[in-house]
Write a protein that binds this ligand. Structure first.
Ligand code: HEM
Length: 496
């Protein structure tokens, strides 16, 4: 009996030590926040609606607070002025480098510390500068990009007309056509919207983004990688997905190198510009590994974000038929129904553009943008943030902050118009984030969103399929907020 008690005592003592060792602790003078539990941090309190929980904690702990995902602390910034100051600082430009979906011990699907979105330091600076100038050279003031986007919108509108007012989930076709724009930009190629292989690829991209929470969970509990379980199986599937996208990109690079490029446009593309830069020599970071991951980042960032915003726009138009009616009226009276809308029409369609901005504000589809990491010890709002701490801008909260927005829960495009009906950009509007790591695709994305959405609005009325229901509260939450799958009836407003 004594031995049993002895073993039990030793076991409890062992568990106690493990719990104490794994109790996440806030360093001195660190932002306050909810009490974490051993191993899990605050993960278990979050539930299915992360943005709502983060708003609750903001009420409780103030504008700058911290939470733990497993053992890692994440500082959440909810005040726009703080975000602007912190993200302008070079010290806050670090990024998380570990990603289980992208890398496997001994075999990296996509090499870590490479690319644009998850690299940092000098490598990131060099390649971000290159990306910004190349995207600007390829896109700015060039008609080919606008023509490419309009061709894609026309193709997708035709597919939607061909549904003959039958219920249809437009997600795959919209993602394919939006992905075609970034494919044209990065390697000058387009794919048929109904091509099953291409549809599989864009679905893999969506799954890759949705998989981020699994990655986080397995990083918090690496022991789950040691034995078969559903999370490990899911991770393997996500890695295969990432591998499939990487293989697709390698094929494009090979074809390009072998001069087998399909010239759908006369413009040179990103890949061409990159290879020219590499040939110049003088900087060996312009290598094949960096090229592959940069293309991966551009393809995913350029497809998922824009496609999800378009889906959100459809949801908000269903919920706000008066707004859609006002958009139709503006387009019909200022331009007319019988021509495709181009960038030249932006100036005469301020209400339509304001509607798109309001969709971005209300959706806040990247609710925490992409978290940054402190590269050195920092002081933020009087708190000490040690080197290596993750820092996130809560764009979802900023876009609902009553200090900046009247009646923030209301979908109201007029907040983006001045008294003369001209478009304004309120200060705390930051769907593309701000500062040194702000989205390099912003100007391209804005153009795409206008051309896709204004033309979809021009062409269709949207109705829910009988018995179906979707509201802006029905979303899935990973890195992005994405409306749950829904079917719509696309009612053409006029003949083709
Ligand atoms: C509606 C469309 C889009 C939205 C809302 C969006 C938003 C964002 C946000 C919030 C970030 C994180 C910024 C930060 O870390 O502070 C980001 C990063 C990034 N975006 Fe976008 N984006 C969009 C479209 C695009 C497009 C079309 C491209 C490519 C042409 C692109 C390429 C990138 C890249 C490469 C990064 C990583 C930048 C870095 O880490 O330095 N995005 N985007």
């Amino acid at each position: 009996m004594d031995l049993v008690w002895y073993i039990l005592f030793a076991l409890f003592f062992f568990i106690f030590v493990i719990l104490i060792k794994n109790q996440p602790l806030r360093p001195r003078n660190f932002p306050p926040g909810p009490t974490p539990v051993p191993f899990f941090g605050n993960i278990l309190s979050i539930g299915k609606r992360l943005p709502d929980k983060l708003l609750e904690w903001k009420e409780q702990f103030g504008d700058t607070y911290s939470i733990f995902d497993g053992q890692n602390a994440l500082v959440i910034l909810n005040n726009w002025n703080t975000v602007r100051t912190v993200f302008a600082d070079d010290a806050a430009t670090g990024r998380e480098q570990d990603c289980l979906i992208r890398t496997t011990p001994g075999h990296d699907v996509l090499p870590r510390t490479a690319g644009l979105a998850f690299s940092d330091g000098d490598l990131w600076k060099t390649h971000r500068r290159f990306a910004l100038s190349t995207l600007r050279d390829l896109g700015m003031g060039k008609s080919w990009l606008e023509e490419t986007i309009i061709a894609e919108v026309s193709a997708v509108c035709q597919i939607l007309r061909d549904t003959h007012v039958e219920p249809f989930n437009p997600k795959v076709q919209l993602s394919n056509s939006i992905s075609n724009v970034i494919c044209a930009l990065i390697f000058g190629k387009r794919f048929e919207l109904t091509d099953p292989k291409f549809s599989q690829l864009t679905s893999s991209m969506a799954e890759h983004v949705e998989g981020a929470p699994i990655d986080k969970l397995l990083q918090a509990f690496p022991c789950l990688l040691w034995f078969p379980n559903p999370l490990r199986t899911r991770l393997q599937h996500l890695r295969q997905n990432a591998g499939r996208i990487a293989d697709f990109l390698k094929e494009q690079i090979r074809n390009h190198k072998h001069g087998d490029r399909i010239k759908s446009t006369t413009a040179p593309d990103y890949l061409y510009a990159y290879q020219r830069e590499a040939e110049k020599g003088g900087n060996d970071s312009f290598n094949d590994k960096q090229l592959l991951v940069s293309l991966f980042d551009l393809l995913l960032a350029g497809t998922e974000t824009t496609a999800t915003t378009v889906l959100w726009a459809l949801v908000f138009m269903l919920e706000n038929p008066d707004v859609l009616r006002a958009v139709h009226e503006e387009i019909d009276t200022k331009v007319g129904r019988d021509q495709m809308l181009t960038n030249a029409h932006r100036g005469v369609l301020p209400y339509t553009e304001a509607t798109i901005l309001e969709v971005q504000r209300c959706a806040s589809m990247l609710p925490l943008a992409v978290p940054h990491k402190a590269r050195v010890d920092m002081t933020v709002e009087g708190f000490t943030i040690p080197k290596g701490t993750f820092i996130a801008a809560n764009l979802f909260a900023i876009h609902r902050d009553p200090r900046w927005w009247n009646n923030p829960e209301k979908f109201d495009p007029v907040r983006f118009l001045d008294a003369d009906g001209k478009l304004i950009r309120p200060e705390a509007f930051a769907p593309f984030s701000t500062g040194k790591r702000a989205c390099p695709g912003e100007s391209m994305a804005k153009r795409e969103l206008f051309l896709f959405l204004a033309n979809l609005f021009r062409c269709f009325n949207f109705k829910l399929a009988p018995g179906a229901n979707i509201t802006h509260k029905d979303y899935t939450c990973s890195v992005t907020l994405c409306p749950k799958p829904f079917e719509l009836i696309f009612v053409p407003r006029f003949g083709a």
